[in-house]
Design a protein around this ligand. Structure first.
Ligand SMILES: C[S@@+](CC[C@H](N)C(=O)[O-])C[C@H]1O[C@@H](n2cnc3c(N)ncnc32)[C@H](O)[C@@H]1O
Length: 198
């Protein structure tokens, strides 16, 4: 199983964003849609060996975590951003009433929402996966032999904060896919294709 964890610093935590303006009203919800596209979509099907956690830290009620579990996923992910944004909207609607700190509620088969923090997600994933932090100054991916269940942490357009990076120190090995700074969705696509070739 491959796991991708995205820290979405500005993505809104309310369903009131407009499908016509995902970057503005959604605090870059468009980035989350492309991230899911790269994590799951193949030309004619979806990857069943992938799970994604996205921790949303935008207004008005952070954090919210939306989790997609490939093996259980029944909802249809399409290449367009609008239909994926609708799934996120539904998750945030259900998440509005959530009070428990870590309990997940199923939104659709294989899609869950919770109040988990970025740290909660990392701690949970670490229990059954080896953690890597994808970052521009990491060790070249060509020099790493990945184990059975790798998990990758990525930042959004703002990257991870110094505090997030301190939290990951000692628990996640830093890996880079190249020397330039790429879009998070492109990094996920590259890592998926790289691991396919192994
Ligand atoms: C658009 S980049 C973030 C850029 C942001 N300005 C920064 O300085 O962190 C989004 C995320 O993709 C990942 N990323 C970007 N380039 C990468 C690279 N060359 N190797 C590994 N991960 C990369 C990192 O996790 C980064 O936080």
């Amino acid at each position: 199983m491959r796991t991708f964890i995205l820290k979405a610093n500005t993505a809104v935590t309310s369903p009131d964003f407009s499908l016509k303006d995902l970057p503005g009203t959604g605090g870059r919800i468009d980035l989350l849609c492309r991230f899911l596209n790269s994590a799951f979509l193949l030309s004619h099907g979806i990857r069943k060996d992938v799970r994604v956690f996205m921790t949303l830290y935008g207004r008005p009620n952070p954090p919210k975590t939306i989790h997609f579990e490939g093996p259980k996923l029944k909802v249809r992910l399409n290449p367009d951003e609008r239909s994926t944004a609708l799934i996120l909207k539904k998750a945030l609607k259900i998440g509005e009433d959530l009070r428990e700190p870590t309990k997940e509620v199923e939104v659709f088969p294989g899609v869950y929402v919770s109040n988990m923090t970025f740290e909660d997600v990392v701690r949970r994933v670490m229990k059954d996966s080896t953690l890597y932090y994808l970052v521009e100054d990491g060790k070249p991916i060509t020099e790493i032999e990945f184990p059975q269940n790798p998990a990758f942490v990525l930042g959004d357009h703002l990257g991870l904060s110094k505090e997030d990076e301190r939290f990951l120190e000692g628990i996640a090995k830093k890996v880079r896919i190249g020397r330039r700074s790429y879009l998070a969705s492109h990094v996920v696509a590259f890592v998926n294709i790289w691991l396919d070739g192994m």
